[in-house]
Write a protein that binds this ligand. Structure first.
Ligand SMILES: *Cc1c(COP(=O)(O)O)cnc(C)c1O
Length: 351
């Protein structure tokens, strides 16, 4: 059988399944936390300029132009930054760099399912530590166990949109025996972030994505901030040219336009409030979100049929069923109009 060619770990794993990406138009897409607005106009200009320069040559392997620009924006030095082909690439690099075969990686539950797949690919073990019912972390999350080599913490978390305080993260890093990768894919939508904590503890790494707050999910670009001696090791693990010339140019232009980011963030946060209040009005329990989506649980109605009915009406939200925790609908913050359409359809379905 052909499948016998594969490593046992690969055959045994289910494989990460991303949210649906229908390749036909007509869906109101509120299922994978994409930004509903176009990116900064500076992005298209930078891509055109990069195209004019041509693609015959390999790109800068460490994306120096981006690192310099991002360093200025974030208040760090360029050698504190490593770029990736989306922040998923950063998560892969970290897993490969820190976690050996049979060793252990920790993640909170429910959170980003990809972390577990990364452990499986690596032939490593993973430990899912359940959040407490109020989405705070239990003491077990900080516990040192044998062979623990990496801890992932999405902050804000998905699917909840909840956030763990800086004090907790700093204390975690002090207690843990291994690096703590704070996945700030949604960090730009929150009131605080952990970038400056990287300087306080070498175990803290912070990853960022251009897919959500910069409206560039189709581009694939992300980065991690860590102390320079950590970056120097991580660089060895990445593909030689993991970011292409067009994405480096685009991401550099995008992060330079902080005015665009602030305006976009303001719009998303205003619509998030409408979505939260609208869903609560419809009887859902919605925890306050610090990201560009909300987590919606219904105290009496099964929510899977609601997801299916919405989909029949071309409104795509994310139905998540976490074994041992429960299910719910994760709804991305679209435009005001998108969110109103979703609320109206749900109201009709529920009545
Ligand atoms: C979307 C997401 C990512 C991946 O971002 P990319 O930059 O598109 O790879 C990483 N972590 C979390 C928690 C996310 O939701």
């Amino acid at each position: 059988m052909t499948s016998n060619y594969f490593r046992a770990e690969i055959r045994a794993m289910a494989g990460y399944v991303p949210g649906e990406q229908p390749q036909t138009s007509g869906f109101l897409k509120l299922n994978t936390n994409e930004n509903p607005y176009p990116p900064s106009p500076a992005v298209a200009a930078a891509v055109e300029e990069a195209l004019r320069r041509g693609l015959q040559k390999y790109p800068d392997p460490v994306a120096g132009a981006f690192r310099r620009q991002a360093a200025e924006v974030l208040g760090v030095e360029p050698d504190w930054i490593l770029c990736g082909n989306g922040s998923d690439d950063i998560l892969t690099i970290a897993t490969r760099a820190f976690v050996g075969q049979g060793q252990m990686l920790r993640l909170p539950y429910p959170s980003y399912i990809l972390y577990k797949s990364l452990a499986q690919i690596q032939g490593a073990r993973s430990e899912e530590v359940h959040f407490q019912s109020d989405w705070s972390l239990p003491p077990a999350f900080a516990k040192s166990v044998e062979d623990l080599r990496l801890v992932f913490l999405p902050n804000p978390n998905s699917p909840s949109g909840t956030i763990v305080s800086r004090d907790v993260i700093l204390a975690l890093a002090e207690e843990l025996p291994c690096p703590l990768l704070v996945d700030e894919a949604y960090g730009d939508f929150a009131e605080f972030n952990c970038i400056d904590l990287v300087a306080k503890n070498e175990k803290i790494l912070v990853s960022r994505s251009f897919s959500k707050s910069y409206a560039l999910a189709g581009l694939r670009f992300g980065f991690v901030v860590a102390q320079p001696h950590m970056i120097a090791q991580l660089v060895k693990v990445k593909d030689s040219y993991n970011c292409d010339a067009l994405s480096i140019a685009a991401a550099t232009a995008a992060i330079a336009d902080q005015t665009w980011l602030a305006e976009n963030r303001g719009r998303i946060l205003a619509t998030r409030k409408r979505l939260t209040e609208g869903m609560r009005h419809l009887g859902f329990e919605v925890v306050d979100s610090h990201a560009n989506f909300t987590w919606n649980v219904h105290p009496s109605q099964p929510v899977k049929p609601l997801y299916e009915r919405l989909k029949q009406q071309s409104v795509l939200v994310r139905y998540m069923d976490y074994a041992g925790w429960g299910d719910g609908l994760r709804i991305s913050v679209g435009t005001d109009e998108d969110v109103q359409t979703c609320l109206n359809r749900l109201e009709a379905i529920l009545s």
